[in-house]
Design a protein around this ligand. Structure first.
Ligand code: ADP
Ligand code: ADP
Length: 239
């Protein structure tokens, strides 16, 4: 079943930069897709168009059969809870604890009274602790984020996305700042999330070997265009 359908999408920054040019692909529910390509290829722009952090200049993006480029503000808020984002630099609040990052990072929370006061219910707290436990962070729940390693910070980022019960995780270079050991741990967790929770995953990577190891499918991007879309096994046997 198709979850995401990107049709003829282009994105311009100003007059000069055509960051995406006529991009077409669709993603099925539960798929684990890697997007690979050199720096500047347009990978990050593509993910940001899909959750509407930025607006595509042209084309259509259908998510659950709805054209998200036509969404109003309220519909966009709903979209953002269904689309979890994971960032290269984690985007955590370092002076807060791990559990506060998970609970305060929820979309819309900061504009509620509870959010302004930094409150949450026992049930929300239990849910956050459970998720952190699944990500191997039971010892870190009350630590400040600036005391964590990079790999641990990224797991907090994953927990913060998962607490909203998303349909899809968009991961923008999630392991680019991590050593090989921490990278493997993060990729293994993303695979677990995909296989056991049925969450669709799109991950931007520049390491082809990692993409080959973990993906159901690989999309190659160069200079704003898709230059490859296929299975890892076809890439290995062609070389
Ligand atoms: P990648 O994620 O593959 O490294 P990006 O999507 O970050 O690629 O960038 C694609 C192109 O768009 C690059 O030429 C980059 O310099 C340009 N670009 C990205 N973000 C902006 C922006 N906010 N304003 C102007 N140009 C941008
Ligand atoms: P990262 O490597 O952490 O993904 P980038 O260097 O790609 O960070 O981008 C950092 C920020 O700068 C992003 O918000 C992006 O939109 C913006 N950006 C990237 N390239 C350009 C550019 N050529 N002109 C203006 N802004 C850019």
């Amino acid at each position: 079943k198709t979850l995401l359908d990107v049709k003829n999408v282009s994105k311009r920054y100003g007059q000069e930069t055509l960051a995406l040019s006529n991009v077409n692909f669709s993603v099925n529910e539960g798929e684990f897709v890697s997007i690979i390509g050199p720096s500047g290829a347009g990978k990050s722009t593509l993910l940001r168009c899909i959750n509407r952090m930025i607006d595509a200049t042209d084309g259509e993006i259908h998510f659950e059969n709805e054209d998200i480029l036509k969404y109003n503000k309220r519909e966009m808020r709903r979209l953002r809870t269904k689309v979890g984002m994971i960032f290269q630099h984690y985007n955590l609040v370092n002076r807060l604890s791990v559990i506060e990052n998970v609970l305060h990072g929820r979309l819309g929370y900061k504009s509620t009274i509870a959010g302004i006061l930094g409150l949450y219910s026992e049930e929300e707290k239990r849910q956050a602790i459970k998720l952190l436990g699944l990500l191997g962070l039971e010892e870190q729940v009350y630590k400040r984020c600036d005391q964590l390693s990079g790999g641990q910070k990224q797991r907090v980022g994953i927990a913060r996305a998962l607490i909203q019960d998303p349909k899809i995780l968009l991961c923008d270079e999630p392991i680019a700042s991590l050593d090989p050991n921490a990278s493997k741990i993060i990729m293994d967790y993303l695979q677990t999330v995909s296989k056991t929770m049925g969450i669709t995953v799109i991950v931007n990577l520049h390491q082809v070997d990692v993409a080959l190891n973990y993906s159901d499918r690989i999309i190659g991007v160069s200079k704003g265009q898709i230059v490859y879309d296929g299975y890892p096994k076809d890439i290995t046997t062609n070389q």
